[in-house]
Design a protein around this ligand. Structure first.
Ligand code: NDP
Length: 464
């Protein structure tokens, strides 16, 4: 190994890259990590973390409204976008510094530069115009929002990378897409007082989720005042003389807004990385295919996280990085486990979900029991808010194993984390039934739904 400058060179300082570099360094390996932009990657700098802060910011108007039913009089309120942006910046800078410090503290070297592959063991540090060599190389360059070149006027549109630092809060926005980002930002902007229209090409938003959650969230968002236009796509975005934008939809409607945000998926960051020079293959989407241990087609080059286009989630990238360390440096080949991943959509109300949707389960299991509760959570009683909470368990009627758990409502993301343990452990509905309720809570509903709401037999719904 001494023939190389480093035991491990990591390209990309996001969640996956930093974790792998830090753990390898703590094992005494000679490690360097190159990041061209800011440490922390998408999650910390322009993704999960600032998004959640903006979600909190956008929830205050409802808290102010709800306070009245609890006896509070809230005085005049006013929102200042630039304060939010500045405070967000302070927080992500703090986290960025921690990421860097932890890696350096473990003995890793951080390099602020774009790094590209020259061959399978040589890396060019572009900013310093020098090359280094490494025994093992990990590519963790993540992804970026997909642009939409086929849309005339796409150059006028913004993406999730731009949205946190807009010079001013738009008065009206159109968001295109029906996935996590589009739905979360539709709720954020609406909460901050922006006239918001969500345009989605499919029949119902959030195509990968349980249909009950999708319908109920859609309905609740509309009741709050978010306009959802689907199925529809934009066909042209034109800049008007007054600086605003006209987005023409395929329905013929023209929306006049201050910003058009496209949230139509993400593209792996693999261009001009020297992958061809090193012999690393890419698939048609530009992602790096890897084997079950995150190894590329080149034996000493590995890839984790969004650049591999497996499951685009921060905890997944971190898990893949940990498995990579086991495999490459601890002589313990470990495959990342992508089964049964709990996830949250920070919409308002929130979605928390793990396991199979009813539709997915009905294709794979002959007998399903569906337990479903829709109720007004206690916190909405005195406030007078009419929003319903939805909880649903999808259970295999033969084995009683809980296959899916789906929640829409306050703190659903927090609940999904705990349900994730139960579903990962393949607990049965009987285990849920044996579990004492926590009272009074909304989550107690998960262990008190004793009778199936309906059954699904060979894909068809049957009343129980
Ligand atoms: P998603 O894949 O979730 O959604 C993309 C959306 O864009 C889909 O609704 C898709 O429609 C639509 N779409 C795709 N192409 C076009 C097109 N050409 N014209 C119009 N619509 C189009 O991607 P996002 O960008 O929302 O998020 C990227 C990833 O980031 C997510 O998959 C998720 O893994 C991660 N993420 C996770 C979050 C969380 O954990 N809370 C938050 C934010 C992001 P269709 O459904 O028909 O394919």
């Amino acid at each position: 190994m001494a023939q190389y400058d480093y035991d491990l060179f990591v390209i990309g300082g996001g969640s996956g890259g930093v974790r792998a570099a830090r753990i390898a360094a703590s094992l005494g390996k000679r490690v360097a990590l190159a990041e061209e932009f800011r440490f922390g990657g998408t999650c910390v700098i322009r993704g999960c973390v600032p998004k959640k802060l903006y979600v909190y910011a956008s929830q205050f108007p409802e808290h102010f409204e709800d306070a009245a039913g609890y006896g509070w009089t809230v005085g005049e309120t006013k929102f200042d976008w630039s304060t939010l942006v500045a405070n967000k910046e302070r927080e992500i800078s703090r986290l960025e510094a921690i990421y860097k410090r932890n890696l350096e503290g473990a003995g890793g070297e951080t390099i602020h530069s774009r790094a590209t592959l020259v061959d399978s063991h040589t890396i060019r540090i572009e900013a310093e115009n020098r090359t280094v060599t490494a025994d093992q190389i990990l590519i963790a360059t993540g992804g970026r929002p997909s642009i939409h070149p086929a849309l005339p006027g796409h150059e006028h549109c913004i993406y999730s990378d731009d949205v946190f630092d807009l010079p001013e809060l738009p008065k009206a926005i159109m968001i295109e897409g029906g996935g996590y980002i589009a739905v979360e930002f539709a709720n954020i902007f609406h909460g901050l007082g922006v006239e918001t229209t969500l345009v989605y090409r499919g029949k119902e938003i959030l195509s990968r989720f349980d249909m009950d959650l999708r319908h109920t969230l859609h309905q609740t968002m509309v009741e709050k005042g978010i306009r959802i236009v689907c199925p529809a796509v934009s066909e042209e975005v034109v800049k008007r003389p007054d600086g605003r934008l006209d987005a023409r939809l395929n329905t013929g409607e023209v929306l006049t807004v201050d910003q058009v945000m496209l949230a139509i998926g993400r593209t792996p960051n693999t261009e001009n990385l020297g992958l061809e020079a090193a012999g690393v293959e890419m698939d048609r989407s530009g992602a790096i295919p890897v084997d079950r241990f995150s190894r590329t087609n080149v034996g000493n080059i590995w890839a984790v996280g969004d650049v591999t286009n497996r499951v685009q989630l921060t905890p997944v990238a971190i898990h893949e990085a940990m498995c990579f360390i086991e495999t490459a440096f601890k002589d313990n080949p470990t495959e990342p486990d992508h089964d049964c991943i709990a996830t949250a959509v920070f919409s308002q109300p929130e979605i928390g979900t793990v396991g199979l949707s009813e539709d997915e389960a009905s294709k794979r299991f002959a007998h399903l029991e569906i337990y479903r509760a829709s109720f007004r959570p206690m916190r909405h009683t005195l406030s007078g808010r009419q929003e319903k909470m939805l909880m649903k368990l999808v259970v295999d009627g033969d084995t009683r194993v809980v296959l899916g758990a789906h929640i829409l409502g306050p703190d659903a993301g927090e609940m999904a984390q705990l349900l994730g343990i139960s579903l990962k452990a393949r607990l049965t509905k009987d285990d849920f039934d044996r579990t004492m309720a926590v009272h009074p809570s909304a989550a107690e509903e998960l262990v008190t739904m004793y009778k199936p709401s309906y059954l699904v037999r060979n894909g068809a719904r049957v009343e129980s």
